[in-house]
Write a protein that binds this ligand. Structure first.
Ligand code: GTP
Ligand code: MG
Length: 857
């Protein structure tokens, strides 16, 4: 993976701001939709505030970016924020030809606002009479329209957003008039705009005009076409094995976005099993439909494609993406995401010479499907130890038969930004560069206080940015990542080694590896974690400083105390939260929610959020998160190995790390002043980590262990943040083309809406639950090693801490004679009294290729 020079080039020649105004219901949003897409017009909800839409087009050989500000007609009594008008190159004043008052309001209210607030006095205005398809109900004549247009020096069109009559012509005419006005053309020029912005940035004039301009006009659409395949030729380490590649690359390509961009990823599944991709740390604001986990989306079936469309709304930072089901992350498929500051928001450090994406993670040399089978044994089996740690898919320096090591070239005296992510499955690691210090600047969406480190602990699923200045003699230097909680020798494959190469140096890297902190020294790691604080004065996604949001005085609406542990259920090894192991239903929770309020698929709040279930059990764990409430989560790690937790949709305010039991008094040790905000937090063995979350993002959000085995074997739950108002400004509606539409012959109707023909007498809506309970993919006869309890052949010297498996596991709740029970079909201690829905023999949806705990459908 190479470096990227920091230069910005626009993908358009001109950028114009178009504003639509007029009474509520006249069809402004419909006109915009009709213009930018070919969709059949549906009834829309009233716009709240303002909506932005982008359209890129070529006009007269020039590339144009239109940012269309679709305002809310309901605001007419309060008057639109004047900033909406500022800088507009074109204004469309819309009335409804069937409602006379919308016409009179145009001259009495709207046109006056334009006069007062419009800052481009030569901006082009266009008067539009909409809904001419309802000609028989007409209340305003064409002549009256023309007269008003003359009075206000506007162009005039009559349109129908419904039939699309005249809509394209109207926008085209507007653009053609804008480009005829030299002053407007100048203001819309990308080059001039950049110069103006740079000047403004230099002056650091964060006045409201700049921020208003930025709020809407800088977003871009980024389009990706990805083919996801199993590649048996990559072989990062000696043995042949299938690796998940994207367009032939491993790791996958960078998604390089800026705050508020729209990312479109059209993903073709060339695997022989279903898959989903999740965008770890991207908050998918109001849009959990694009989150790509089993609770929100149906898997993309083999041979099919699906386009994710998501917005990097109000975010900056370093993140990763990866496959979320079927244990596939163990085989690769991961890649980097970066979300850059908008150009006018100053980054709190000088622009580095270049950036390096450094994805580091543990790796199994076996086929992931074999590893997947091995962790599903009937007896105690808690995974297997990864064999090697890779840097950007490459083996450690000097490891025979592995892919050539990673190397970055630097120039003496220059400073570089390293974006380091732990894309592994199990090991936390300590990262360091021989003879070089690192300045920590960012983590998963937040700028941090800038602390200088000689080594950095990165836990599974986490990302950081550090600055490294090439201050040493021209030579080569080791970049090293060593696993935590494991003793390794320098030559161990579990010591990742790459090279920092100074340009012009001819020679090889030498010298001892940079010394590591004691890998068992938890206090070192905790102290470092506590020293990573939020940079309160830096702006990030917004111009105002991060510290504007303060958690000192918030009122908590709820506390979850979540114990991560292991257990055995019906003879199967499972990971648990409060003794409940997540069972993945066939129907994604989000779809179930949409159609039948979730009933039948899950029972809301049956999961014990602050107590431990007596007996280990399966559950479709969905809990309520109070919309706009503050949630406190205390993660407790009952095991003797590291864990790390991630919540989709939000950032964690990391307020505390503690030893032993957590009690309400533990809150006195919290850092409420400048807790860092990030999406993944580590939980140390036998310790707790406390976070706050502000639940301002309605949706169905996955809370999971980032450790692949833990996640695959049930260590997850969902937080349902719900606002009963079906307003798309509060939560976006499902994507137009839902996944099952794409992948099966099933109608787009609810899976519950129609009784199955197989179950004519069924009193309740049916759930397709097939296969029933999670099954091991294949019986594993091989002795299954615990990752910790038994040394791996690759780790002869590791003394290995022990996993506490005492007291002995709870016994299976009931002997499970065939037929195998579904956690839903049988009353469970978690679901008291839940009416036992029927198991449909033939579900209406596609089946997973291989039954597995997370396969969904
Ligand atoms: N028959 C007909 N109906 C239309 C047309 N354009 C919009 N509508 C309908 O009019 C209603 C209001 O349309 P919107 O586009 O939401 O109106 P708006 O101006 O954006 O309203 P606010 O967001 O509240 O300001 C919806 O039910 C549309 O389906 C049209 O050309 N013909
Ligand atoms: Mg609207």
């Amino acid at each position: 993976m190479g470096s990227r020079k920091n230069n910005n080039s626009s993908s358009y020649d001109y950028s114009f701001k178009i504003l639509l105004i007029g009474d509520s219901g006249v069809g402004k949003s419909s006109l915009v939709l009709s213009f930018i897409s070919q969709q059949y017009l549906q009834d829309l909800s009233p716009t709240i505030g303002v909506d932005f839409k982008m359209k890129l087009l070529t006009f007269g050989g020039k590339r144009m970016k239109l940012t269309i500000w679709d305002t809310a007609g309901q605001e007419r009594f309060g008057s639109l924020t004047s900033s909406y008008y500022r800088g507009a190159h074109g204004i469309i004043l819309v009335y409804d030809v069937t409602r006379r008052e919308t016409f009179t309001n145009l001259s009495e209210i709207w046109a006056k606002e334009v006069e007062i607030y419009s800052t481009n006095h030569d901006c082009i205005r266009i008067l539009v009479g909409n809904k001419v398809d309802r000609d028989s109900e007409r209340a305003v004549t064409v002549e009256e329209g023309i007269a008003l247009a003359r009075e206000h020096k506007c162009l005039f069109f009559e349109c129908s957003a419904r039939t699309r009559a005249n809509v394209q012509q109207c926008f085209k005419e507007l653009i053609s008039k804008i480009v005829e006005v030299p002053s407007l053309l100048d203001k819309g020029s990308a080059i001039v705009k950049k110069q103006v912005l740079e000047k403004k940035q230099m002056c650091r004039a964060e006045n409201s005009m700049v921020s208003a301009l930025l709020d809407g006009t800088n977003s871009t659409d980024i389009y990706k076409e990805w083919v996801v395949s199993l590649d048996s030729t990559f072989n990062p380490v000696s043995s042949p094995q299938p690796v998940i590649t994207i367009n032939g690359q491993f790791p996958g390509p960078l998604i390089n976005a800026t705050t508020n961009d729209f990312v479109h990823v059209n993903l073709f599944n060339n695997l022989d099993e279903s898959l989903l991709f999740t965008w770890n740390g991207i908050q998918q604001r109001l849009n959990s439909w694009q989150d790509g986990v089993s609770g929100t989306n149906c898997p993309i079936q083999p041979g099919k494609n699906w386009t994710y469309v998501f917005e990097t709304k109000d975010q900056i930072g370093t993140f990763t993406y990866f496959p979320s089901i079927n244990f596939q992350k163990v085989a690769g498929g991961f890649g980097p995401i970066q979300v850059n500051n908008r150009v006018v928001i100053a980054v709190p450090f000088a622009t580095p010479e270049a950036e390096f994406d450094l994805l580091i993670g543990d790796w199994f040399s076996a086929d992931y499907r074999v590893v997947r089978s091995s962790i599903q044994g009937k007896f105690m089996s808690y995974g297997a130890v990864p064999d090697v740690i890779l840097m950007n898919g490459k083996g450690p320096y000097g490891l025979p038969n592995s892919k050539e090591h990673e190397s970055f070239t630097v120039t003496k005296g220059k400073t570089y930004r390293f974006r380091i992510s732990n894309v592994g499955t199990f090991f936390s690691f300590n990262f360091r560069i021989q003879s070089h210090l690192m300045v920590l600047v960012e983590t998963e969406g937040s700028y941090t206080n800038q602390i200088t480190l000689d080594s950095l602990d990165v836990h599974v699923g986490q990302s950081y940015s550090v600055l490294v200045t090439a201050i040493q003699d021209e030579s080569d230097y080791y970049m090293v990542a060593t696993p935590k909680l494991l003793n390794t020798s320098d030559s161990s494959p579990l010591v990742a080694k790459g090279v920092l190469h100074y340009a012009n140096y001819v020679g090889t890297v030498s010298g001892p590896l940079p010394s590591e902190p004691n890998p068992y020294d938890i206090d070192f790691s905790v102290d470092q974690a506590k020293s990573i604080r939020w940079n309160l004065t830096a702006g990030a996604a917004r111009p105002n400083p991060q510290g504007t949001f303060n958690v000192t005085n918030i009122t908590l609406s709820k506390t979850f105390i979540l114990h991560g542990s292991i257990s055995e259920i019906d003879g199967l090894s499972r990971y648990t939260v409060n003794n409940v192991s997540y069972f993945t239903p066939n129907t994604p929770l989000k779809l179930a929610d949409q159609f039948v309020n979730g009933s039948v698929v899950y029972q809301l709040d049956a999961f014990p959020v602050d107590s431990i279930n007596d007996a280990a059990t399966y559950g479709v764990s969905v809990v309520t998160g109070v919309h706009k409430g503050w949630l406190e989560i205390v993660f407790k790690n009952d095991l003797y190995v590291m864990d790390s937790w991630h919540l989709d949709g939000f950032g964690f305010y990391v307020v505390g790390f503690g030893d032993g039991d957590w009690t309400p008094e533990s809150r006195t040790s919290y850092n409420l002043y400048d807790p860092v905000v990030r999406s993944t937090v580590q939980v140390y063995p036998q310790r707790w980590t406390a976070v706050y979350v502000f639940l301002d993002n309605p949706g169905m959000w996955n809370l999971r262990s980032q450790h692949s085995v833990n996640w695959y074997l049930g260590q997850e739950l969902y937080i349902r943040v719900h606002d009963p108002d079906p307003n798309p400004a509060k939560e976006k509606p499902p994507p137009q083309k839902r996944m099952f539409d794409d992948q099966s012959n099933a109608p787009i109707a609810s899976p519950f809406a129609q009784p199955s023909p197989l179950l004519p007498d069924s009193p309740a809506p049916q759930v397709a639950i097939s296969p029933p309970f999670p099954q091991p993919i294949a019986p594993s006869n091989a002795p299954i090693a615990s990752p910790i309890a038994q040394p791996s052949p690759l780790l002869p010297e590791s003394p290995a801490p022990q996993v506490a498996i005492s007291p002995p596991f709870p016994q299976p709740i009931a002997p499970s004679n065939a037929p195998i029970a579904s956690p839903i079909a049988q009353p469970s201690p978690l679901l008291p009294g839940s009416p036992a829905p029927q198991v449909a023999v033939l579900p209406p949806f596609p089946q997973p290729i291989a039954p597995s705990p997370q396969s969904g459908w």
